[in-house]
Design a protein around this ligand. Structure first.
Ligand code: GLU
Length: 267
């Protein structure tokens, strides 16, 4: 039996991090984005339900204002996120339009996720959008949620796992700037090997994930393991793979050995 079967997945949440969407300068990676939107559109056209969880609001907002780096001050962060979220959706809308695909924006906060009524509304909206053949693009509502009141989820790895759970997805796909989970940090240990399948998130898995980080994103590998816990406990398989070459998504959906798969807990 193939224990990495992806080809039959039907509802997929794809998490795109800043390290995938932007250059190290913080400016949009146009080639990457163009290729990603093309391949995701093709997956959508093949009959799969796609939901995107996209970062980039703060990065693009800072870029639009000509700031050299993301602001540290909370109020400025929120302002920059409000500006960048608009820019982010403008870019997605234009790029998906080329393939006649409509996108929709949903912004979440921790408060919404913790509130059963709001959650029900979120699920209903997702179902309606899926029925309409629309790709929802979800982000945290940073203009509201970055504050001291603990309203924020803070990073989009966990957010994407929560979205996958609420949306009834059967696969969470996290695109990052690393090929998967390695037995050690591949940047410092050339003998580090990519782990193909994780059946259980053991303390050993958490330990090796603790050492590896990605350069630009908010989370690094630790938050991806938190996401994997949420997803697998909810019965959802999760894959971490490199977003550098979007064509590899075709290989993944042909059940080739791409990235690391965290297999759902069997209930
Ligand atoms: N919500 C943040 C943004 O759009 C990103 C959080 C993350 O990268 O995990 O800038």
């Amino acid at each position: 039996m193939n224990d990495r079967k992806i080809s039959d997945k039907q509802r997929i949440v794809i998490k795109l991090g800043t390290s995938t969407l932007a250059h190290k300068t913080g400016k949009l990676n146009i080639r990457r984005m163009t290729n990603l939107v093309r391949v995701i559109s093709d997956l959508h056209n093949s009959g799969r339900d796609i939901i995107i969880v996209s970062s980039g609001a703060q990065g693009l907002g800072s870029g639009k204002l000509g700031l050299r780096e993301k602001p540290k001050d909370i109020r400025m962060k929120q302002a920059v996120a409000a500006i960048g979220q608009c820019e982010l959706m403008h870019i997605y809308d234009n790029m998906f339009e080329k393939y006649s695909i409509t996108v929709a924006q949903i912004l979440l906060t921790k408060m919404i996720i913790n509130n059963p009524n709001h959650c029900a509304n979120f699920k209903n909206t997702i179902e309606s959008l899926m029925g309409l053949g629309v790709i929802p693009i979800v982000n945290e509502n940073d203009a509201i949620a970055i504050d001291e009141l603990e309203l924020e989820i803070g990073e989009n790895d966990s957010l994407s796992a929560l979205v996958a759970q609420l949306a009834g997805a059967d696969l969470l796909l996290i695109l990052s700037d690393i090929d998967g989970l390695y037995s050690d940090d591949p940047r410092s240990n050339p003998d580090a090997e990519r782990i193909m399948v994780v059946d259980e998130i053991t303390p050993e898995i958490e330990r090796i994930a603790g050492g590896a980080g990605t350069s630009l994103g908010t989370g690094g590998m630790t938050t991806k393991i938190s996401a994997a816990k949420i997803a697998t406990e909810a019965g959802i398989d999760m894959v971490i793979m490199n977003g550098r070459d979007p064509e590899k998504l075709y290989d993944l959906f042909e059940d080739k050995e791409i990235g690391t798969i965290f297999r759902a807990n069997k209930k």
